[in-house]
Design a protein around this ligand. Structure first.
Ligand SMILES: Cc1cc2nc3c(=O)[nH]c(=O)nc-3n(C[C@H](O)[C@H](O)[C@H](O)COP(=O)(O)OP(=O)(O)OC[C@H]3O[C@@H](n4cnc5c(N)ncnc54)[C@H](O)[C@@H]3O)c2cc1C
Length: 392
């Protein structure tokens, strides 16, 4: 078994590490403080080809593998998790469903701009009354005179309200008898593409969030919003299967994001522990601090290894998702997100009172990591999935 990265993978990691250090890190504190979306950073990530990494060259992608994308997300998130989630959501939730399930016309229409990072596409699954239980979606799309008429609401949607947002893929109930959902009424769920600017599609004011301040998150509403019948993603009734597959890659990518923040916590804590003196010596000489740092390093490395394994299995199994990939995706997301949470907590502790102040980045890391245990499936949902795959 070879755990070494290929030359191409290492090159992506190094490129992103340099970019994150030179461009993202210096801007991170200000973007966080001002709750500002980093348009210039997104443009530069587009120029580097990061939004097209795992996609076919035919549509402007780089033809790299899924692990390369995870390496990019890890390195960017090490500098700013808000920028990391912008990249993750744009690729895994925005472009991937169109790439994996779209018709040729849909791919031609949207992918070139999305893969170049000139435009962002969002993914609207979560609703006010359907989050973990995403199959209980209430948003409806009724086919009338060759158009889908959409009514409903989505919430907590990433990348839908920026100046470069081009549209959203939403899930909606399009009829009965689909056998797709688990909500007891045998709803047919389809995924439908809605372009920004479509009449009846409203992006509502953004949220006041605990963290990820450099990312863009809004609720959406649909009031008799009409789009052409051809905007159904792939085929009618495929929405449930499509979002399960989409979340599989998304979870591994969130795990990569989590590893990036855990590594940032370790980096900051190591440096601080060496410079901060107490009782006549650097605190790094105290065994209590050393053990915290040793645990952070070990858990971060273990989480990284799980991401590499899950990403490789996902890459090899593209198309139909196997139980092995489901298990690895759930485990890596669960373990890495909880690792990042522990790492941020210990990083603040190692910084003492300064850790509670915004003068050091660990306060931002602490605010940013909580959502890793919530987005794209909560920790409880990951444990449910693992238990189910254990046959329970
Ligand atoms: C910043 C941010 C960005 C997001 N971006 C997107 C996006 O781009 N697109 C999108 O579609 N969604 C997005 N989400 C939504 C996210 O995926 C959901 O918040 C998440 O899936 C949880 O759903 P919920 O918030 O409705 O919580 P709920 O499902 O209401 O869960 C509440 C609590 O109950 C627990 N729970 C629920 N059911 C069970 C059960 N059966 N057993 C045990 N415990 C259970 C949950 O684990 C949780 O602790 C985003 C969320 C955030 C915070």
């Amino acid at each position: 078994m070879d755990f070494a990265l290929s030359q191409e993978q290492a090159a992506v990691r190094d490129l992103c590490r340099d970019f994150a250090r030179e461009v993202v890190s210096p801007a991170a504190e200000e973007l966080d403080r001002e709750h500002r979306f980093g348009y210039d950073i997104v443009r530069q990530m587009g120029d580097l080809g990061l939004f097209g990494l795992p996609f076919s060259e035919q549509y402007g992608g780089a033809g790299a593998d899924f692990l390369s994308l995870c390496l990019a997300i890890e390195e960017i998130s090490r500098a700013d998790a808000g920028v990391g989630i912008t990249l993750e959501a744009a690729v895994c939730l925005g472009a991937a469903p169109i790439h994996d399930f779209g018709t040729e016309e849909q791919k031609q229409a949207w992918l070139p701009d999305l893969l170049a990072g000139r435009k962002l596409w969002a993914f609207g699954l979560t609703e006010p009354h359907a989050g973990s239980d995403a199959g209980a979606t209430k948003t409806r799309a009724d086919l009338r005179n060759g158009e889908w008429v959409i009514n409903g609401a989505k919430q907590f949607i990433t990348n839908c309200g920026t100046d470069i947002s081009a549209g959203v893929t939403i899930t909606a109930v399009t009829g009965k008898g689909g056998g797709g959902a688990r909500n007891g009424d045998d709803a047919e769920i389809s995924a439908i593409l809605v372009a920004n600017g479509t009449k009846g599609y409203h992006v509502l004011p953004g949220y006041r969030k605990l963290g990820w301040h450099s990312s863009d998150t809004h609720p959406l509403s649909f009031e008799d919003c009409r789009v052409p019948e051809a905007n159904v993603l792939g085929s009618r009734g495929g929405g449930y299967r499509q979002f399960l597959h989409t979340l599989m890659g998304g979870r591994i990518a969130i795990a990569a994001l989590s590893v990036g923040v855990a590594q940032a916590c370790l980096d900051a804590s190591l440096a601080y522990a060496k410079e901060r003196h107490a009782f006549g010596a650097p605190i790094s000489k105290q065994q209590a601090i050393q053990f915290k740092l040793a645990d952070m390093a070990m858990e971060t490395e273990l989480a990284r290894t799980m991401v590499y394994r899950a990403a490789t299995a996902y890459q090899n199994g593209t198309g139909e998702t196997t139980d092995e990939v489901r298990m690895l995706a759930a485990m890596s997301k669960l373990y890495a997100s909880e690792t990042s949470k522990r790492a941020a907590d210990q990083a603040v502790q190692i910084h003492g009172g300064y850790g509670f102040m915004e003068d050091y980045p660990v306060a931002r890391y602490w605010r940013d990591v909580k959502v890793n245990e919530i987005g794209e499936g909560t920790s409880e949902v990951q444990r449910m999935l693992i238990a189910r795959l254990l046959g329970l």
